[in-house]
Write a protein that binds this ligand. Structure first.
Ligand SMILES: [Zn+2]
Length: 443
């Protein structure tokens, strides 16, 4: 064993003794995940449903349906954000006092933020699932590996950058993580971020998809060179194909997209073949049509999530606000079910007067290879009124603008009015995300 790895092992041992914690529960859950099967996931689900109907007033009081033997998931009503807000107290387990729980809130980029009670067990399962994804899908164990995180949530950054005290300093030594704030992305910041990445030489770069895209664009437009990490990991925003293409090209590295949320934790992660595998031991996922029936392979639908390990406040058939296309079994070797794609938030999709939903990706595709557009947002204000906000990079090309209008009218109807607005910057959400498409009709 060489000297640096001896020092590392000693330091890690010292940190573990100082933190005085028993072996982490998440490692036990991780082992459980490795032995998991479809049957085990069904057992988690049934046990959660039984628990909810017994111990959660919202479900015990809803109706008499389960007493008549209707305890299957399909018989449970859908849960929405407004329903959670209105029934917050009644959604708590009557055992809450003994469940070691805490209050968490979602980012709220899809509207009003919501608060959820979560417990230690939920948190350990979330961490174990992420560990599983890192180890089994990305082939890395983060212990000691340098990583750079380009993130927009000040809450997460504060929690993870506490380097005060002996414990904090040791943690920083053992887990060399550099945080870059994606809320601050001026040209000067981006220049500094490139320098930091080149200096830290991270194995992993974890980022908001849109922020990493902006960084990649900055590197490309300024002819800079940037360190090539082993893994690029994006989350928290829809990774559109045009974003993936540029990011992979600039960093010379594949992007792995991860899908999860604060309310429910890890949902799915991308494999080497580009399919999103559902972590069905952590969350039960349904993809449904407008009548709430499961859609077939290849068809797009709304995602419903049932959290399997948050008994403090079970979310059952929770309408998370995103859409996806279920996929067939994957050839990569993982038996976990797949989503062909997560196609974005429901509100990214435009609704026509005839009731058809048009995937937001259709509109973003129209901006591929339009070099005069630096950033943009396509906003649906009414069924037949669309506004395009764009930041120009050079003189707009009239023929290409006309082409974009024609393509939009093809999907939305030829009467659709399209207005162009040149702006200094497209406003971000409070979480610092740039929404490329947004519908005020479909909300
Ligand atoms: Zn796969």
């Amino acid at each position: 064993m060489n000297l640096p790895s001896q020092i590392y092992r000693l330091a890690r041992g010292a940190y573990r003794s100082l933190s005085l914690k028993p072996p982490r529960q998440r490692e036990l859950f991780y082992k459980e995940i490795l032995q998991s099967s479809e049957g085990k996931s069904q057992a988690y689900l049934q046990s959660l449903l039984d628990y909810a109907t017994l111990r959660v007033p919202y479900y015990t009081n809803l109706a008499d349906f389960w007493r008549e033997g209707n305890s299957e998931l399909a018989h449970f009503p859908l849960l929405t954000k407004p329903l959670i807000r209105d029934n917050f107290e009644r959604l708590k387990s009557d055992e809450i006092a003994s469940r070691n729980c805490f209050l968490n809130s979602s980012g709220g980029s899809t509207g009003q933020p919501i608060s959820i009670m979560q417990d230690r067990e939920f948190e350990e399962w979330r961490e174990a699932t992420e560990l599983f994804y890192y180890r089994q899908f990305l082939g890395i164990d983060l212990g000691g590996l340098p990583q750079v995180i380009l993130w927009g949530s000040t809450k997460d950054i504060k929690r993870q950058t506490n380097t005060q005290g002996v414990k904090g300093k040791l943690l920083k030594f053992i887990q060399p993580t550099t945080f870059l704030n994606s809320f601050k992305m001026t040209k000067e910041d981006l220049q500094k971020y490139v320098e930091i990445i080149n200096q830290e030489r991270p194995v992993l770069i974890k980022a908001y998809a849109g922020s990493l895209y902006q960084l990649a664009k900055f590197v490309r437009n300024n002819n800079l060179s940037i360190h090539r990490p082993k893994i690029l990991y994006t989350s928290a925003e829809t990774l559109r194909p045009f974003m993936r293409e540029l990011i992979e090209d600039v960093f010379r590295c594949k992007v792995y997209d991860f899908y999860g949320s604060r309310e429910v934790g890890a949902i799915a992660g991308e494999c080497s073949r580009g399919k999103m595998h559902i972590f069905n031991f952590n969350n039960y996922v349904e993809v449904v049509d407008r009548d709430n029936n499961t859609v077939r392979f290849g068809e797009e639908g709304r995602i419903l999530v049932t959290t399997l390990h948050n008994h403090t406040m079970p979310l059952i058939r929770y309408e998370i606000g995103d859409m996806a296309i279920p996929g067939k079994p994957c050839q990569c070797g993982s038996p976990l079910p797949t989503l062909e794609r997560v196609t974005g938030r429901v509100k990214d999709h435009f609704l026509t007067r005839a009731g058809t939903l048009v995937d937001g990706g259709y509109f973003t595709r129209q901006f591929y290879f339009r070099n005069w557009v630096d950033e943009f947002q396509v906003l649906q204000k009414d069924f037949d009124r669309i506004e395009i906000y764009y930041v120009s990079n050079g003189e707009p090309v009239a023929s290409e603008m006309a082409d974009i209008c024609t393509q939009i009218q093809l999907a939305m109807g030829e009467d659709c009015q399209i207005e162009w607005h040149q702006v200094e910057e497209v406003p971000r959400t409070p979480q610092g995300k740039l929404l490329y498409t947004r519908s005020l009709v479909n909300s």
